[in-house]
Ligand binder design. Sequence first.
Ligand SMILES: [Fe+2]
Length: 132
Amino acid sequence: MFIEWDDKYCIGHPDIDAQHKKMFEIMNIGAKNENCTDLTQIALMRELLQYAKEHFATEESYMQEIGYPNLQEHKEEHKKMADAVERLIVKLYSEGPIDVDVFEKFTESWIIDHVIQKDCGIKVFSEASLTG
Ligand SMILES: [Fe+2]
């Protein structure tokens, strides 16, 4: 499945929004590639992992800065997300490529769960603190 970035996913922090957009782009390279070979899958997951780690650090310092109440929970979520990608990379190295549909499903739910579901909580909180 191919999910285009939409500005409605913005949380209102320029760096974080740009990073989310970039992660959508990485995901969509996989979604567009029907012959996603083992090397492509590994390369994409390595890129996603490296990028996501930088992104999580930016997001965590922003949450700290605004006094986001679910910081600890969100940090644990980031760790779980990075672990899931690390586990997949190990699996790809040891067992070869996974089915393209399964691969797409993984990246899609990974990013949707993070950007659209979890991070919108940061937006709601930061907007409420600005207006409140
Ligand atoms: Fe995020």
